[in-house]
Design a protein around this ligand. Structure first.
Ligand SMILES: Cc1ncc(C[n+]2csc(CCO)c2C)c(N)n1
Length: 231
């Protein structure tokens, strides 16, 4: 890596460049700044974690739709593995963090959804329902790439007793960074097999960029929703 932009593949580099303004609004959001220096109020963090649990449930449903829409055994396997790890592993940070605040898992599962949560998750699901596998995967991708980039950036912000150390270490960690690289490979492969080696020349490119950009905007909106708690 020659810059501070992580290497999650060719599509990530192109798409990120195609929506730099929205991308910066996402990864340098005030919520992220508050996570970095530890100044984010705990109330906002918990509000965000509850909504993020709900988000992850729908996000897992969207990856399950990827199993339905896959057009190769490799795509199908990767999507199925992601559904499994989301449901059986990745939700545990949310369950544990919220349990410490007296919120049990059934309250999380049944939490009232904020409009930003509905907008983002249903946009992703509809991308897969309305479109093909590629449409779906492009709406899913900013989630992984953005948190991967945020995690990398925030690694240097840790200090002894940092309130959000656990969160930062998960997203900065090798395991999660590998997930981003894997998602990058899946997106690159999905594009190569459907639109070829020169995707920006494809008539589909603008629509593809639009999906990625919209999901990026919905990510920034999701942080803003998190900040609203207690105000
Ligand atoms: C709103 C929101 N966006 C992204 C993530 C990060 N994330 C959740 S699951 C996962 C793995 C991707 O396969 C990633 C990167 C989040 N937690 N919440």
């Amino acid at each position: 890596m020659t810059s501070d932009i992580p290497d999650y593949g060719k599509t990530f580099a192109l798409m990120r460049e195609g929506c730099v303004e929205q991308w910066q609004a996402y990864i340098q959001h005030d919520f992220v700044k508050g996570l970095a220096d530890g100044s984010l109020p705990e109330e906002a963090f918990i509000h965000y974690m509850v909504q993020d649990y709900v988000y992850l449930i729908h996000y897992a449903r969207a990856w399950a739709l990827g199993v339905v829409k896959a057009e190769s055994s490799e795509e199908m396997r990767l999507c199925a593995a992601t559904v499994d790890s989301l449901i059986n592993q990745e939700l545990s940070l949310h369950v544990e963090t919220c349990a410490a605040q007296g919120i049990d898992e059934s309250s999380l599962f049944n939490a009232k959804e904020e409009l930003e949560t509905i907008a983002y998750t249903r946009y992703v699901l509809d991308s897969g329902l309305q479109g093909d596998f590629l449409d779906l995967i492009l709406a899913l991708a900013p989630c992984a790439f953005g948190y991967g980039e945020v995690g990398m950036r925030l690694k240097g912000s840790l200090y002894d007793g940092h309130p959000y150390e656990k969160w930062i270490k998960i997203y900065a960690g090798e395991e999660f960074q590998n997930v981003c690289v894997e998602v990058g490979r899946l997106v690159d492969l999905a594009i190569a097999t459907r639109v070829g080696d020169n995707p920006t020349a494809s008539p589909r490119w603008n629509k593809m960029q639009e999906r990625f950009t919209k999901a990026t905007e919905l990510e920034a909106n999701f942080w803003t929703m998190g900040l609203r708690a207690g105000k």
